[in-house]
Design a protein around this ligand. Sequence first.
Ligand code: SF4
Length: 470
Amino acid sequence: MEREENHMSAPASARVNAQAGAAPKKVHFVSLGCPKNLVDGEIMLGNLMQDGYVVTDDSSEADTVVVNTCGFIDDAKKESISKILEMAELKKTGHLKKLVVAGCLTQRYKHDLVDGLPEADVFIGSGEFQNISRILRDEESGAGKKTYFNLPTYLQEENTPRVNSQPKHTAYLKISEGCLKRCAFCAIPKIRGNLQSRRLPAIVGEARLLVAGGVRELNVVSHDFTDFGWDLRRKGAGAVERPEALLAALADIDGLDWVRVLYLYPDGVSDEMIELIKTRPKLVKYFDMPLQHISDAVLKRMNRHMTCEEITERLGKIRAEIPEAVIRTQFIVGFPGETEEDFQELLRFVKEQRFDRVGCFIYSPEDNTPAGGFGDQVDEAVKQRRHDELMEAQMEISREKHRAFIGRVVPVLVEGLSEETDLLLQGRMSQQAPDIDGVVYINDGQAEIGQIVNVRITDAHDYDLVGAIV
Ligand code: SF4
């Protein structure tokens, strides 16, 4: 659910292949939103490059710009619209011929978006993105339409062309589409549909191909990892498709160092899953478990199927089995009907549990969600105050947890020169997921990009750590 902007570029080898043809078309690609949307964007790029397009980082030299939008919450929608309008400005130079709008926002608002954005030429929903090159060819031949919407039923195969937009040593691995749950605040099932899991052999096959291409770290993404395979098992179509079986299979891949699973609904974190993460060295001891709230009354209204007691039991089990486990979570404050008492319960819980990392969203009513129609919406100023109070409490906890790393030697995956200064290297511990957590700055020692080295931590900031290679 984390959002960010990715200007996607292609690996050098892919550029050379595409440039072998005459006057290749240049595409600039912007992907917004979560890693699941990013993987769809990478498949679009693979599809376009197979058709002879070359990717350019410079939007001003592109004939075609694709904005892969996010439509999850208000801020994400605004960011998507403003990026589309920014890219539309390029048409004034006469160079940009086609502005393509794809992704979740397109799927969610379909014709409303088309009516509101005459600047864009083609709209491709989440059920058609895999056909982008054919769509653009039809456009060119005059046989095209302006809109391409369909049910989001597409699942990639193990060898579907895909351009990994991440540094060579890391990649996201998408295991399913849609979501089985029906949280009252969430529009995802409306946008992405019901859960559809990929077949386990296809996922493991794709993981092996990524590792053969130099990937050392995989981040497994879906809307809820713990439901993986439920749809296939229910149809009697997938005996092996279980989250635990997938973890075990990924943990056996030679050449892979770290497997990190993102987004675990707490009721699906089974004892077997905890045992696997505890005992298999490649499975990173990192639990990304969005809890959303802790008051039973709010959880019930959110249509979350766990109580405070059950959640506390699961957290206790993880910590008892894996004391070094890093636990990241996310909460929503200001959900309709959240009383001051509910919020204080949440605040107490955050202080008691001492999570390693906490994200906090201010609730915003979403179209076509049950909670959007609830009557007892919380005042905006109250929501903001609750958000600030919760984040302030967590900041102190995060600082203390970071300071506890000083003096420890930890393995760090080196990612390249620091984004702050060329004088430092930058990397991540296995406890730091890409894009959402902090980094480790390395101020002494040399290493290759993609290498895992031991770093002694010497300093700690609010989000990042500093250390030297030993
Ligand atoms: S688990 Fe709930 S919040 Fe997460 S994607 Fe599914 S419906 Fe949305």
